[in-house]
Design a protein around this ligand. Sequence first.
Ligand code: ZN
Ligand code: FE
Ligand code: FE
Ligand code: ZN
Length: 266
Amino acid sequence: MNLCDYHTHTPLCMHAQGEPEAYVQAALELGLQEYGIADHAPVKPEPFDDWRMLHEQLPAYHEWIERARVAAGDQLPIRAGLECDWLPNCESWIESLRNEYPWDYLIGSVHYLADKWDFDNPVWLGRWAETDVEEVWAQYWKTYEQMVRSGLFDIYAHADLIKKFGYRPGGDLQRYYAPVVQALVDQKGTIEINTAGWHKPCVEQYPAQGFLALCAEAGVSLVISSDAHAPAEVGRDFEKAVALAKAAGFTHTVSIVGGEKSEIAL
Ligand code: ZN
Ligand code: FE
Ligand code: FE
Ligand code: ZN
């Protein structure tokens, strides 16, 4: 399979399971071209929340990546990244994280809105039921656009994560998508099709087909990611994602090695 899976997790984030050998075995069985690890990055002040590694665990994270490399041998290149949270005034922290290790890529994610609401956490289902969906969507997409405009990341994750629990405004959603697509063009950002969305209440990949079509038309580059939190989720639904990518107008995905992107034909 001429595909890479760059967005996968490790137990250091406290909500993923499995040994590096098992993740690598799953990637080998699927015949992935490359396997990338990008666990939830530390955020200060600590503990910031209960779903990420601590800064002092970075050496343990690097060891986990090394174990994956040993398990993969010369059969499968292992890439190293982080899934970083876009938070107010995070820029200098992201830059210092980038300098701590020779990462192949950093993934940028919006999991938090301004009042430190991690809106995709199931503990907040009650809050969602009484939320003004239009208002929160506007806030989310503004935040996402600011993240892309920062230019700090190589890949931008699960672009419409805000729909996770199925709360979507009515009408044409392009009004939310268009400014973000323009920012991706301006910053040469890469987006992902994140297949985990099919297994969430929204029952749809992230991002929606309308967003993907805008990206393809604008020439934004693409990766396909599982967001695996267990070995059985590695490369999950990638065939479905490839069909979707082609239908949206994509002809390539990219590989990213040491921040350098190169095209792989779909
Ligand atoms: Zn996670
Ligand atoms: Fe995420
Ligand atoms: Fe993730
Ligand atoms: Zn993610």
